[in-house]
Design a protein around this ligand. Structure first.
Ligand SMILES: Nc1ncnc2c1ncn2[C@@H]1O[C@H](COP(=O)(O)OP(=O)(O)OP(=O)(O)O)[C@@H](O)[C@H]1O
Length: 686
């Protein structure tokens, strides 16, 4: 089915090096297309009313839903883990707490000193303790204040740095966790993983350090302040305490509410990031369709969601801080009124009342800081829950479970009665009882209509997914018994749209193969017909970002990358987009060389006749089943073969697409073919 948004998406994919292609008139999306786009196409490719289901292994795998995260056990676990994160920072944090004690003691001595100074200046016979002169006393006070300030600065710096290190560790852990998940999970929650990485980690880091530091300071301020107040006047202190419990209770409720809001906000920010990611990745299409306003509107909706939550938080915090401020001021007034009476009766001095009032302000501030500390810890727990869910998530296809496979091991590759459906589309069978036996060093080309399941076979081979039923074996052993990493190290892949990373050509060929020497890299490049590299001014040191590579060059680089691994199995997913004659020849020549080597078992997803004809065996895949198998000759020579029908349809479609009569299209195609294909094609057309 076709919807306008699909149209936009489809065109956008052209930017991704022909992520969408129209092989012979049909619109398809190949494996290299961005996950979000593939997801969209799958979604639109389903029946209009068919819900696109979520994670199939729901029962086994944890899901990211707000409700699942609010469970009581997750709160405490998250809290414990957040505290656990601070453990490696024990030393700087202990030092910071020591400095905090110094700076807080100095600040807490201020009201007392002020009270004493007022009494000193308001009496007729002033007396300085310890027989100090006024200058000595002033010097001492200044020294103490300076020491307090230095301690405060040290505390702030130590806490900040510890916090940043915690955030850095947390980010690395989260990123590593995302990298080891099965592709399906990350591809489907792409933006969300990024928001966890960027936003949630900062919130957690902030909550444990900056706020921990302020929180501790607040506890010291309130505790010492209260003690000092009791010392100066127990009655007045009790009066003040009448106000504190209700405010504290309010703080607890406020904190809880805030934690819930914070979690919802993080989810909403995640959604917002996803929308932005998607349209920015497809900016060419957005602009080509003048859809900026439409995209802006979509984003606006997500921003509104975030804003609504922020508004709720603003109202709650307004009410909370307004009422705490009000009760604080009223307490102060009550203290002043009652304290004034005590002074006039001569029960306490003016200096004592001043100290008391100042301590009240300190205690009030301290309590307010404790509240924000509490709320920020709650926010941290909310964000932490999301992060720890990811960090602790066990990938459905775990990386290190199983035994390592010997890299020199060679065996036949067998798909045994494989039934497969994608976890996101439970119930839709992609491969139905598929059996395929590939001998050591054999080359098999899988051909079939778009959507018949060719790439899915390769996805199973690479263990991006596991079969729902049946198994894939190598040398008689289920590949699930091997560790994923050792298994994948046996396989070289050449995807439809090879991804090249920022860096030099050499580093791209040696991707995932850090120990490769320059000689090995050059050998692989030579074997893959990448002669163009030698013609570049900087050769292998050319930065990929600085040059634009043709489709054929990208494919040959990908072949070199795969060959460098000296793979036991080569999985090649041939691009359907047309290459010019020379490029196609160079690519085919490289493939030919691999086939001739007979060292490597080759599983091709093939579209071009020139590649198909080179395989020792061709299997025709139709609707998830292998319906025909044989050598190229056998299949072409059989007038009723499904292979012939398939190829004829593809050629006709190609001819229609180029608006040439079929015969002319065929002739065009023939120009690229070599013996024996040309001859066979003519027979087939006849
Ligand atoms: N990750 C995925 N999640 C859900 N469905 C998917 C996924 N990838 C592919 N599909 C669906 O599985 C079916 C088979 O897709 P597959 O990519 O294996 O076909 P193909 O024969 O390789 O097609 P093409 O020649 O166009 O690349 C299609 O219906 C496709 O929409």
């Amino acid at each position: 089915m076709w919807r306008p948004s699909l149209a936009r998406t489809a065109t956008s994919c052209i930017r991704y090096n022909n992520a969408f292609h129209r092989p012979h008139g049909r619109l398809t999306l190949h494996a290299g297309a961005p996950a979000t786009l593939r997801g969209l196409v799958r979604q639109y490719a389903t029946q209009p009313n068919e819900p696109v289901k979520t994670e199939s292994k729901a029962a086994e795998a944890p899901k990211f839903t707000v409700s699942s995260l609010l469970g009581p056990s997750s709160k405490t676990t998250s809290f414990r883990k957040i505290i656990g994160l601070a453990k490696p920072e024990r030393r700087p944090l202990t030092m910071a707490v020591g400095l905090l004690m110094v700076s807080s003691s100095v600040s807490m001595s201020i009201p007392f000193t002020v009270g004493k100074l007022i009494d000193f200046f308001s009496t007729t016979t002033p007396q300085i303790p310890f027989g100090l002169s006024i200058w000595q006393a002033s010097g001492l006070i200044l020294t103490v204040f300076t020491a307090g300030a230095v301690a405060n600065a040290g505390r702030a710096m130590l806490m900040k740095m510890a916090g940043q290190r915690i955030v850095a560790r947390l980010r690395e852990q989260t990123y590593a966790a995302a990298l080891r998940q099965e592709v399906e999970f990350v591809e489907r929650s792409e933006g969300d993983v990024i928001s966890r990485l960027a936003v949630d980690t900062s919130i957690v880091g902030e909550s444990i350090t900056q706020n921990l530091s302020d929180g501790l300071r607040a506890v010291v301020m309130s505790g010492v302040g209260l003690g000092a107040m009791f010392y100066v006047s127990p009655t007045l202190t009790l009066l003040m305490l009448a106000v504190v419990p209700p405010v504290s209770l309010g703080a607890v409720f406020y904190g809880r509410y805030l934690k819930k809001l914070s979690l919802q906000t993080q989810e909403a920010v995640g959604e917002m990031t996803k929308v932005a990611n998607e349209s920015l990745a497809a900016l060419r299409t957005v602009q080509a369709f003048n859809a900026q306003q439409q995209e802006g509107q979509k984003f606006h909706q997500k921003v509104l969601d975030v804003l609504t939550l922020a508004r709720r938080e603003a109202v709650a915090s307004g009410i909370f801080f307004g009422s705490t401020g009000w009760s604080g001021n009223v307490t102060l007034l009550a203290l002043l009124g009652y304290g004034g009476t005590l002074v006039s009766r001569g029960d306490i001095s003016v200096g004592d009342l001043t100290s008391l009032l100042l301590y009240t302000v300190y205690v009030g501030n301290g309590l307010q800081m404790i509240t924000s500390f509490f709320t920020s810890i709650m926010r941290g727990i909310g964000a932490g829950t999301r992060i720890f869910e990811l960090i602790d998530r066990d990938a459905i296809i775990p990386h290190e479970a199983g035994k390592p496979v010997d890299p020199s091991h060679r065996g036949s590759l067998v798909f045994e009665n494989v039934r497969f459906e994608y976890p996101s589309r439970k119930g839709v069978e992609i491969l139905k009882d598929l059996s395929l036996d590939i001998g050591v060093g054999e080359s098999v080309a899988v051909v079939g209509k778009s959507g018949s399941g060719k790439s899915s076979i390769q996805a199973l081979l690479l263990r991006y997914y596991d079969p729902v039923e049946g198994r894939v074996t190598y040398g008689g052993e289920d590949i699930r018994d091997y560790t994923v990493s050792s298994w994948r190290s046996l396989i070289g892949i050449v995807p439809q749209d090879p991804v090249l990373f920022t860096g030099t050509i050499a580093s791209n060929i040696a991707y995932g193969n850090d120990e490769a020497t320059r000689e090995q890299i050059e050998d692989a490049a030579r074997e893959a017909n990448c002669e163009f590299i030698w013609g570049l001014p900087k050769g292998f040191e050319t930065e990929i970002g600085r040059m634009s590579l043709s489709g054929g060059q990208r494919q040959r680089l990908a072949i070199a990358r795969a060959l460098l691994k000296k793979p036991a199995i080569l999985a090649l997913d041939e691009a359907t987009s047309a290459l010019d004659a020379t490029s196609e020849h160079r690519v085919n020549d490289a493939i030919n060389r691999i086939l001739r080597g007979r060292q490597t078992t080759c599983l091709f997803v093939a579209h071009r006749l020139s590649t198909i004809a080179r395989a020792e065996r061709i299997v025709v895949l139709e609707d998830g089943r292998i319906t025909e198998s044989g050598t190229y000759r056998q299949l072409v020579n059989n007038p009723d073969s499904r292979f012939r029908a398939l190829m004829a349809t593809q050629l006709d479609a190609a001819a229609t697409q180029t608006s040439l009569p079929p015969t002319e299209a065929l002739e065009e195609e023939e120009e690229f073919e070599e013996e024996p294909v040309e001859e066979d094609l003519q027979k087939q057309r006849a």
